[in-house]
Each structure stands twice: as structure tokens, then as C-alpha cells.
Design a protein around this ligand. Structure first.
Ligand code: PMV
Length: 322
């Protein structure tokens, strides 16, 4: 028996950073994300009946050149086994997974892969026990495996306050997503480590309140269809998160010279055009852009400008990633 599911990645505009409970991934503040429908993970679960397999294992999905390091494999298997335990399902399985986006583009894939794993486990549950889970329920279950994955169960906007995310309707839909791929290497400090370290920053005092306040402001701004104010709020939010990184003890950071160059070009673009993309950064050096669907020409102009300055901009709705 094989069960296969896909799930998209998501990018947070109000960030989840800092946990009140590490085991359950309870966030210190609410977060808001946009689903990245072009960046997908696929997970396949196969039940092995014979004795050839002693315990559940991970391998890359057939036909994909995809790898997970040992630690990531253990985390992936542990999440699946925890789901099976909750569902009252036993057996030994082969878990296969892959991403449709290049591993080398330096994008976090835990959100999409854990969401896809939870979905595939949901299919197994339906087959074995005849129980169908809602997206909200799967979101709650996925949160335990990877916090940000709980926002990957909804088509566009997802709001995560405490236990599982919910979909949110906002006036801006069908956004385009670009990534300025500054650095494609593996990051030294994982996001799990970042969640722990930020608590040591003196700037963490008041951070949950600031993030929650910014969330209210951003939702209102979107509802008022004020794109420029949304850009300003989103910009302040990622800098807030990165300031926590820089002021942690010990300090760490992801922003490189190239990231700063890209950010400055984005800000110059906004100043000149009085319009532009929402700009944000995750726990990494790459810069994410979200565009309204009526900004095609501006998007092309910014892409050309970035390329002429030696920066690579990947439009994630296009196949070529450079
Ligand atoms: O789900 P995690 O533990 O990988 O945390 C991800 C946190 C950020 O990507 C930095 C921000 C967010 O809200 O997605």
C-alpha cells in the first residue's frame, strides 16, 4: 500500500520566532504567511509487509536527486511515528520525499515536507481507520513536527496563533513570488537553534507584543488595500527578527553583503516607482518578494535591474531558477 501527498511551502510576513514550548512548538507570538504554491514537497509512504525492513526508514523519492541529512531523516521519521502512535496504527514503512524546487537554492523546505508527510499520514489513517482529517486538524498535528509547516495547509493566507493555523481571506490574492538567491549554501544556525537563541536577546523583551501588534496592523492594512503600508510593516518585521539574531548571546546572523545590496536595490526601486513588492527574509540570506498580479511590468524591470547588478532573481512561477 502506498500513500502519496503534496504540500506547498509558505513565507511568513509576520514571523514565528521563539517558542514557549519546544516539544510542542508553541509559538511566542502569532504569525501570518502566504502559501507558495510553486514550491512543493511530495511525500510517499509505503507499508512494507515482509520482514526485510526492521524499522521505518527514509529514502529519496524515486527519480529525484534529493538528500536529507541523518538528523533531518531522524526528525522526519520521528514525526511520522508520533502520528502513527496517535492514530493507533502500527507497521514498518518506507518514507520517500523530494522537493520540486532546487535543494541548492537555499530555501527552507521543512514547512512543505512536514506538511506533505502529515497529509500522507492522513491518507494512511483514512485507509486503515476510515477517519478523514480536516485541514485544520492536520495543521495542528503538523505543528508538532515543524512549527511553520502548520501554515502550509491553506491556499493563500494562513494565520497561526497557538494550536494549528486557519485560512484567512484577504483582498490580495494570486500573488507572484520571487527569490533573490543570495547564497545557496547550508546555513550554520538552524531555525530550531535560532528559536532557542533569540530568547537571550535583550530585544526579546516586548517582541511577542510587537509581533502581535504588527500582525493586527498588517491585517488591517491589507483589508484597507494599502499595499505601501503593508510593505513598510513587512519590512520592519523581518528586520525585527534579524535584529534578534544579531543581538542574541552568542550573536549570529544570516544577512550578507549581497543581501544588503539586494535590499537596498528593492528600497531604491520603491522610492523611484512609489510601488514595488513586499520584501521579506527568513532565517537565511535570501530575499523574498511578493508581487500583486497587476505588477508584471514592474516585476520584469526589477528582475533586469537585479541581473544587471550581478544578483540572481528567481521567479518561482518560471521553470528556470536563475
Ligand atoms: O518551523 P521552523 O522551526 O523551521 O521555524 C521557521 C521560522 C521562520 O521561518 C524563520 C519564520 C516563519 O515564521 O516561518
Amino acid at each position: 500500500m502506498k500513500f502519496e501527498a503534496q504540500a506547498p511551502s509558505n513565507i511568513a510576513l509576520i514571523k514565528y520566532m521563539g517558542k514557549t514550548d519546544t516539544n510542542e512548538n508553541h509559538p511566542c507570538n502569532a504569525s501570518l504567511s502566504y502559501t507558495l504554491k510553486n514550491l512543493n514537497s511530495t511525500v510517499q509512504i509505503e507499508l512494507i509487509h515482509d520482514q526485510s525492513l526492521l524499522e521505518t526508514k527514509w529514502e529519496p523519492l524515486i527519480g529525484f536527486n534529493f538528500e536529507l541529512n541523518e538528523k533531518a531523516q531522524v526528525r522526519f521519521i520521528r514525526h511520522f511515528e508520533s502520528l502513527c502512535k496517535q492514530f493507533g496504527i502500527s507497521g514498518r514503512y518506507v518514507l520517500r520525499s523530494a522537493n520540486n524546487f532546487p535543494a541548492a537554492c537555499g530555501l527552507a523546505s521543512s514547512a512543505s515536507s512536514f506538511a506533505a508527510l502529515t497529509k500522507a499520514a492522513g491518507l494512511l489513517l483514512r485507509e486503515v481507520k476510515g477517519v478523514a482529517l480536516s485541514n485544520e486538524k492536520m495543521s495542528q498535528l503538523s505543528q508538532k513536527g515543524s512549527g511553520s509547516s502548520c501554515r502550509s495547509f491553506f491556499d493563500e493566507w494562513a494565520l497561526w496563533k497557538d494550536l494549528g493555523a486557519i485560512p484567512l481571506e484577504l483582498p490580495f490574492t494570486d500573488l507572484f513570488h520571487d527569490v533573490i538567491t543570495v547564497d545557496t549554501g547550508v546555513k550554520e544556525i538552524s531555525s530550531s537553534e535560532a528559536h532557542k537563541r533569540v530568547i537571550s536577546s535583550l530585544n526579546f523583551v516586548g517582541r511577542p507584543e510587537r509581533a502581535n501588534k504588527r500582525l493586527d496592523v498588517l491585517i488591517k492594512t491589507f483589508q484597507d488595500k494599502n499595499w505601501q503600508s503593508a510593505y513598510e510593516t513587512v519590512w520592519a518585521e523581518f528586520w525585527d527578527m534579524h535584529s534578534l539574531f544579531e543581538t542574541s548571546q552568542p550573536s549570529f546572523g544570516y544577512i550578507t553583503e549581497k543581501s544588503v545590496k539586494a535590499l537596498n536595490l528593492c528600497r531604491d526601486f520603491w522610492r523611484r516607482e512609489e510601488d514595488g513588492p513586499l520584501v521579506t527574509m527568513d532565517a537565511g540570506p535570501n530575499v523574498h518578494l511578493l508581487w500583486r498580479n497587476d505588477q508584471i511590468q514592474k516585476r520584469i524591470r526589477l528582475r533586469e535591474m537585479m541581473q544587471s547588478r550581478g544578483l540572481k532573481l528567481w521567479c518561482t512561477d518560471l521553470k528556470d531558477h536563475h
